[in-house]
Structure formats: structure tokens, C-alpha cells
Design a protein around this ligand. Structure first.
Ligand SMILES: Nc1ncnc2c1ncn2[C@@H]1O[C@H](COP(=O)(O)OP(=O)(O)O)[C@@H](O)[C@H]1O
Ligand SMILES: [Mg+2]
Length: 410
């Protein structure tokens, strides 16, 4: 499913209010009954509401669902995309939408432009998307989930990623600049670089390798483990070294060495604290991903063993940086949210890029279904226990520097 920005232009303000009504109703209704939509959208008179509903359904921003007791509608990913994009535009974070440059299992990556013309990245989290085209256990699991869990969890993933990116950036890590977060999306600076995965040759593998290991240790010093540290999530910037320029003409071989490679780390929804029960496993996995990749791709094997989790712990204890795991928690992405997100990701099989690598030889998947599970037979309960949406709204507001929050967009 792709971001479709075209439909946006044709919506009336009535359509928009009804869409917001469906969103609000989705918080505790799997299927939002039409009278509730009318009520939540604050529109008087039935015909306007019905016309808007029909417009929104035609453009796939909402979808009709029948269940045993009544007919109603649910918000689609397209509808949620629209609401988020609209908020970013209102806040002047995004002016126009360009090409989609990445389709991950759990996200879409789109180039957008700011009013000044400068390009940015819009990352749209799509947690739960994969589960609807995979195994039955996921279906069964999701059938019993609370309303809109895909929507809620994708939003938690965006909040988490934004909070960590911000904390890392402020503490000198090489990560994109986080610009804004709204619903299931974040806007960040565009890094003009390719993932390590696409770099055929590096002049000095040993140098890059040790820089990456230093990065893993530095993260640990701040109390963090990336959790998906691999060739897909490390962008490699080529920085020209001017002083070497003169030699270029004389020696074509040396040309490549006139660039310094600067790794930029991305993709943070699976970040864990160094105190996590499985911290050692995540740490070792990050280290081993890089080891394996350098060996396979660049035939480089380091003389130095490790680093081990014990090494990381030592650095952490002896020379602690600020604890960013604690800071992020305090900034609004609570421990409970982290736990909810982690459990959900585990249960729907959201395993980051590691899974992608395992599947890389498989054929392309056919078009995915809508992430919220469009089969009406899946909808069993209509009244859902209210989630802690108020808490999340509050936290969204507290995430320091957040330019757009859920509630301000209502
Ligand atoms: N800020 C950015 N600048 C440039 N490219 C990016 C940026 N963020 C993501 N990308 C590209 O999109 C891909 C997927 O992004 P990522 O955040 O890793 O999403 P996913 O969770 O789907 O793996 C990256 O491998 C990279 O090629
Ligand atoms: Mg990634």
C-alpha cells in the first residue's frame, strides 16, 4: 500500500471532519457505526455526512465493514496517512510529496519537500501490515486485539523512533535530524547516502568496521542497544577530502581514497535499553551482523575479538554518558508503551531488517492487503475496552519539540 497524496486535493472540509470523526471513533470501535460518525464529526443533518462518507469510501480513506449487528466504517491506512500528512502540511513541515523510495515490511519511506524546496524524508510506520498476508496465528492473534491496534502500534513506533532519534542527535550521534512526528509518521532530514548494503567497495574496511563497533559501544555508553544494527540501517555518506584533491589527476587509483566514509545510523523502533532482559542477545546480534557482513562482503575479519556485552557494560558503568534510555522514558515514551510495542512487534513477527535479509532471495510479495485487516469476518467485537489514548496524547505533547501532536490536529 502506497501513500496516495492525490485524493487529498479533492476533499472538502466536510469530508475532512467526517474522516476525523471516523478516526476518533476507531479508538474504541472496531467498526464505527454511521450515527457515531455523524455525531463525532459534529455535522448537522444526515445528507452531508452521507455524502462525505461516500466520498471518503470512494477514495479508500475509510472502508465499509459489515458485522453481525450493524454496518459501519473503519479508517484505512490511506485515511490515517491523509490525516498525518494534512497535519504536517498545516504545520508547514511538509509542502509537497515526492517519490516513495523505500517499502519496508513495516514502513514506507517517501521523499517530501519543505516550502523552501529542501527535501525531507517522511517515514510512515505500518506495523501489522505484514501480519495480514502471513501466517494464520497472526490472524488469530489480531482478531482478538483491541480496535485499531495497527494504528495505535504504528503510532507508538513513530513516537519511539522520533524520541530516540532526537535524544541521539542531541548527544552527538550521527543520525538524521528528527523534524516532526504525527500519528504513525515522522519527518526527518534526508541523508544523501546509500545504505551500506549497496556499497560495493570500501577503501578501508578495517577503519569503517572499527568505527561501527565504536558506535555500538558508544550507544551502550548511553544505555542503548540499537537492536537492528545492520547493513540496511547504516547509511554511508561519502565526504570528499579536499586536501587530497590535487593528487586525483595523477593517480586514478587514489581517487576512491579521497573520500571519507561517514556512517549515519537510522531505524530506531526496536531500540532497547542496556537493562533489557535480553540486552546481551540484542547486543551480540548487532555486533555479529556487522562481523558477518564485513566478512562476506569485504572479506574482512577483525583481529580483535568482540566487543562483548561485558565490554559494553564496563564502558557503560565506568564512563556513563547520559542515560538516553531513561531520558526517552521521561520524555514521554513510557515504559508501558515500550512494552506494548515490543510485545506487539514480537507477536506480529515484526523483526526489523534481519527478517528482510533472511527473505532476500524469496520472490517479491504480491500486493499487500490493507493493514487493518479488511475481512469483515475478522471483526467480532464492536465495543472495545478504551485504551490509554489519553495517556498517549499527553505523552505525545510532552515529547519535547514535537511540532505536531495527535490532539492538536483534531
Ligand atoms: N533519512 C533518510 N535519508 C535517506 N534515506 C533514508 C532515510 N531514512 C530511510 N532511508 C531509506 O529507506 C530505507 C528504509 O528506512 P528504515 O528507516 O530503515 O525503514 P524500515 O523500518 O522499513 O527498515 C533505508 O534503508 C534507506 O535506504
Ligand atoms: Mg531499516
Amino acid at each position: 500500500m502506497k501513500l496516495d497524496a492525490k485524493a487529498i486535493r479533492y476533499l472538502t472540509s466536510e469530508d475532512f471532519r467526517v474522516l476525523q470523526g471516523v478516526e476518533a471513533g476507531s479508538r474504541n470501535h472496531e467498526v464505527v457505526p454511521t450515527p457515531l460518525i455523524a455525531q463525532l464529526s459534529g455535522l448537522r443533518g444526515g445528507s452531508g455526512v452521507h455524502r462525505a462518507i461516500s466520498n471518503l469510501a470512494k477514495t479508500n480513506l475509510i472502508a465499509k465493514v459489515k458485522n453481525a449487528k450493524y454496518d459501519g466504517y473503519r479508517l484505512t491506512y490511506g485515511g490515517l496517512d491523509y490525516l498525518a500528512l494534512n497535519a504536517h502540511q498545516k504545520q508547514k513541515v511538509v509542502y509537497s510529496v515526492g517519490n516513495q523510495i523505500g517499502v519496508g515490511k513495516e514502513s514506507d519511506i517517501v521523499v517530501v519537500a519543505h516550502g523552501s524546496g529542501s527535501q525531507r524524508i517522511l517515514k510512515i510506520h505500518r506495523l501489522g501490515r505484514i501480519s495480514f498476508r502471513t501466517v494464520k496465528t497472526n490472524r488469530d492473534y489480531l482478531r482478538h486485539r483491541n480496535t485499531g491496534s495497527w494504528m495505535y502500534m504504528s503510532r507508538l513506533a513513530a513516537m519511539k523512533e522520533f524520541a530516540f532519534m532526537k535524544a541521539l542527535r542531541e548527544n552527538g550521534f550521527s543520525v538524521p535530524e528528527p523534524i516532526a512526528q504525527n500519528r504513525h509518521t515522522i519527518v526527518m532530514s534526508l541523508i544523501d547516502a546509500f545504505p551500506l548494503r549497496q556499497i560495493a567497495k570500501v577503501p578501508n574496511p578495517a577503519g569503517l568496521y572499527s568505527e561501527l563497533m565504536d558506535m555500538i559501544i558508544e550507544l551502550a555508553r548511553f544505555g542503548l542497544i540499537h537492536g537492528d544494527f545492520n547493513e540496511f540501517n547504516i547509511l554511508i555518506k561519502e565526504i570528499p577530502i579536499p586536501s587530497e584533491k590535487d593528487k586525483e589527476a595523477e593517480n586514478a587509483e587514489a581517487e576512491e581514497e579521497n573520500y571519507r566514509l561517514e556512517p549515519v545510523l537510522i531505524d530506531f523502533p526496536q531500540m532497547v535499553s542496556i537493562d533489557h532482559v535480553n540486552a546481551e542477545m540484542y547486543f551480540d546480534r548487532d555486533v555479529n551482523c556487522i562481523k558477518r557482513y564485513f566478512q562476506r562482503k569485504f572479506h574482512f575479519v577483525s583481529d580483535a575479538p568482540g566487543p562483548s556485552f561485558a565490554d559494553a557494560k564496563k564502558v557503560f558503568l565506568k564512563n556513563p554518558g547520559k542515560r538516553l534510555d531513561v531520558e526517552v522514558e521521561a520524555s514521554g515514551f513510557s515504559r508501558k508503551m515500550a512494552r506494548d510495542l515490543e510485545n506487539y512487534m514480537k507477536e506480529v513477527g515484526a523483526d526489523g531488517d534481519a527478517g528482510e535479509r533472511d527473505n532476500e532471495d524469496e520472490e517479491e510479495d504480491e500486493d499487500e492487503e490493507e493493514g487493518s485487516g479488511s475481512d469483515s469476518e475478522e471483526v467480532q467485537e464492536d465495543e472495545q475496552p478504551a485504551r490509554a489514548d489519553a495517556d498517549v496524547d499527553e505523552s505525545s505533547k510532552r515529547l519535547e519539540g514535537l511540532q505536531v501532536s495527535w490532539s492538536s490536529a483534531q
